[in-house]
Design a protein around this ligand. Structure first.
Ligand code: ZN
Length: 488
């Protein structure tokens, strides 16, 4: 027996639903219940076939843009008997016709009835069909008899990204105010990001039980990636490291290890003006910015390159972060409102508004050869701005070591010696040969020493951070280093 009826979804869409009734009214009731249970805004459809043999089965398929850039989220209802897995098929729809269906990777039923399709293009309309698989054999012959659901792939909001918080259940039980505190952290993150084009919104809090998760709760992160349609912040059990990563095909994920203790400790004051709160907000903003390619690795914190030579004048110790004192990638302030992002960080965040397309993944402590402009010019004036002719310009490579290995700084290596011309300028073109030589010397900082009889010698340095900023922000392919020489 079969019958047809109509239903009003979300007060707007009339849909015709065919239901093959085996068990009578109870089944209809259950299906109505399921349909009404699904969130607003989903496209719903009924799946009428079971596999190639086209036995009646009721699958409600919901599709929507995931909010993660170019990804579509597909969900369907559970059915009994439980299939061994589901087959997903996808076609494109041009407004009139459907293309032929292609199978996309199947989903194990142990994971539940969800899938995220990351291989979509913006503006293209896709139709998804889902077929439960019983046993091993499956083909797409019966796909025409199965109804599906359509969605046009879009970046839901280019400026806003949802964040899902994943925390141990016991934290929520031990302090009930966390359900208010956690969503409020978004405001702080948005404050720090306010000089970028990126903002965030709160999606939901999901909980897990650390006592039952596997391998340091890696399974929680893995499952969360699978089920969630927003960037993930995972409060991991203390002991896990704090980190952030983006892998194409998975939501960007921030894992907070020992920082989770701030949440877990019910004695901590987490009111918005407290130090703990400020620290939580800044840690989150810092880690989230990493997922946009900012400061990978932590180049802002590489502190010094020391000139160990006995050559006068000494090149001053390099401190990369001095230009970016308030950048949350480098420093934490007592109040999160004292932090922001420096121009280079802002540029990288804005250039990488979508995690799926990291165009400017910034370099970490690389060698200069990767980011050198094609020319470097040195301009030398005296204290009344007149060019200093025939001054000697020595250019050195200096290694800036990871702070963990301080003390290993090596002697600067002389790259080139030049002499200023009548305009007080010396310049050189960075040829491949020079780049290779710099790369071999692990040159992280360029040191410049300028001297001439009758003047006090001077020195300066150029870091890869400066060069990167110059190239990216000002799109300048000639780097200028200026000196003012004072007389004795
Ligand atoms: Zn970091």
């Amino acid at each position: 027996m079969s019958f047809t009826f109509k239903m009003l979804y979300n007060g707007a869409i009339m849909k015709k639903i065919y239901i093959y009734v085996i068990g009578g009214g109870l089944l209809i009731f259950l299906i109505l219940l399921l349909s009404g249970f699904l969130p607003f805004g989903f496209n719903k459809s009924q799946n009428e076939c079971r596999g190639a043999s086209c036995q009646p089965v009721q699958l409600v398929i919901d599709v929507k843009n995931s909010g993660l850039g170019s990804a579509v989220y597909i969900e369907w209802n559970s059915i009994t008997p439980k299939p061994s897995s589901y087959a997903l098929a996808r076609a494109t729809f041009d407004g009139n016709n459907l293309s032929s269906f292609q199978s996309i990777p199947t989903v194990s039923n142990t994971r539940g009835n969800f899938a995220i399709d990351y291989d979509v293009q913006r503006g293209v309309t896709y139709e998804y069909r889902v077929i439960p698989i019983y046993g091993n054999s499956f083909n797409l012959d019966g796909i025409a008899k199965v109804s599906g659901a359509r969605v046009t792939a879009d970046f839901i909001d280019t400026k806003s990204e949802k964040i899902v918080f994943v925390i141990p259940q016991k934290y929520l039980e031990e302090r009930k105010d966390l359900s208010q505190i956690i969503p409020s952290l978004i405001n702080g993150i948005n404050f720090i990001f306010s000089n970028t084009q990126k903002q965030f919104s709160f999606a939901e809090i999901k909980t897990y039980n650390p006592d039952t998760c596997i391998n340091g709760c890696e399974n929680i992160i893995s499952d969360s990636k699978y089920y969630n349609t927003g960037a993930l912040v995972v409060y991991a059990i203390p002991g896990a490291i704090t980190s952030a990563y983006t892998v194409r095909g998975a939501p960007p994920t921030v894992i907070l290890g020992n920082e989770s203790l701030n949440l877990a400790n019910s004695g901590n004051d987490l009111s918005p003006n407290s130090g703990f709160y400020s620290s939580l907000v800044q840690t989150l903003a810092h880690e989230i910015a990493h997922t946009y390619g900012v400061a990978i690795p932590e180049y802002y914190v590489y502190p010094t390159a020391i000139d160990n030579s006995d050559i006068s004048p000494k090149i001053p110790a390099v401190s990369l972060p001095t230009k970016y004192l308030k950048d949350v990638m480098y420093t934490y302030q007592d109040n999160f409102k004292g932090t922001s992002f420096g121009p280079l960080s802002v540029y990288i965040v804005n250039a990488n508004l979508y995690h799926s397309d990291l165009r400017f993944r910034s370099r970490g402590l690389s060698d200069m050869s990767q980011i050198l402009p094609s020319r470097i010019a040195i301009k030398v004036n005296d204290s009344i701005s007149k060019p200093v002719v025939s001054s000697k310009v020595d250019i050195y490579c200096i290694q800036a070591e990871d702070p963990r290995y301080q003390g290993l700084h090596q002697q600067p290596t002389l790259v080139k010696s030049l002499s200023t011309d009548t305009s007080g300028t010396a310049s050189f073109t960075i040829e491949n040969e020079v780049k290779q030589s710099m790369s071999a010397q692990k040159c992280h900082v360029l040191g410049f020493k300028v001297s001439k009889d009758g003047f006090i010698s001077s020195s300066n340095y150029v870091t890869e951070l400066q060069l990167q900023e110059e190239k990216l922000l000002r799109k300048n392919d000639e780097f200028l280093v200026q000196f003012t020489l004072k007389t004795n």
